[in-house]
Structures are given as C-alpha cells and as structure tokens.
Design a protein around this ligand. Sequence first.
Ligand code: ZN
Length: 179
Amino acid sequence: MRKALLIIDMLNDFIYGSLASPTNKEIIPNVKKLLLWARKIKIPIIYICDSHYPEIDWELKIWGPHAIIGTKGAEIIDELKPEPNEYIVRKRRYSGFFQTDLGILLRELSVDTLILTGLDTSICIRHTAADAFFRGYKLIIPRDAVITFNPKDNEEALKYLNKVYGAEIKTTDEIIREG
Ligand code: ZN
C-alpha cells in the first residue's frame, strides 16, 4: 500500500473568508497533525485547491465569488503552508480529478491509497472520493479532519462515503498509529 495525504480546500476563503463557517477551522489541528506525520514518514502530500477564474467559472453561479485566482482568499491557510517539495493541484470544480493533473501525478508517485482531509465532506471530498473510487483508489478518511458547512451532517456524509465508495473511516490518531 502506498499512501498519499490529500489536503482539500484548506484555503483562506473557506476558513476565514467569503465561504467560512464558524466550525471549519476546528479541523485545522488534526489536519496539521496528519501533515506533520506525512512529512515525517515521507508519504506524498498533495494540496487540492479551488482556483476559480472570476465571473466565468460555472461554480460561482451557485456559491458566489470564492477562491479567485491571484487573491489571498485562494491561498492555503498559513497554519498549513506547503513546503517546496509538496504538490499543489488546482481545480475549478468540486472534484480534485476533474480536468486537473491529479491522475497523472498519483500515477507517477505510484500511489494507490488516498487519505482525504479538509473540506467539505459532502461536496469536494465526496466528489473527489467518487472520482478516486472510479479509478480504483483505496480511500481512508479521518472523521475528525474533515467537516461540512453544517457539522451536524458530517456523520451522515461519512456514512455515505463508507457505504458507496468503501472509504475506511478512522480517527486522525488511528491513522497515525497504524503508520
Ligand atoms: Zn469552488
């Protein structure tokens, strides 16, 4: 098994800006814990980042302006800043795979198992999980390092990911303990 850690949409706009919810920031410590663990055991770290063109991006019709290319809102939060040897994949839709180079990157890294962290359990995590499943990747999701805009829905969203895509739902500490 060759794992990669994916950190999805931990961007200023989702944590502190236009699409922030009061609870999104609660997962920062656990995502950080997994980030430091992944650096220590040297598994690939891939940031999946919303990155929209102003005005024309289809998604903005639903959500309004957010994570616009070149703005502070589209930058990864300071708490989780990437190091130079880590990968950043920019996306314009919910899925980290859709029209991005994530697929080729994972192939070149010989990865077969994805640990999904970040936002939002029922939107970008869910769609990225779907595309990962279609491509034959195994999925591990730390229940305490992902969140939805409405945290009440998190358990329901995790159940769906487990049932439909076979994602193993664990805690951050379990994942770190298992190595
Ligand atoms: Zn977006």
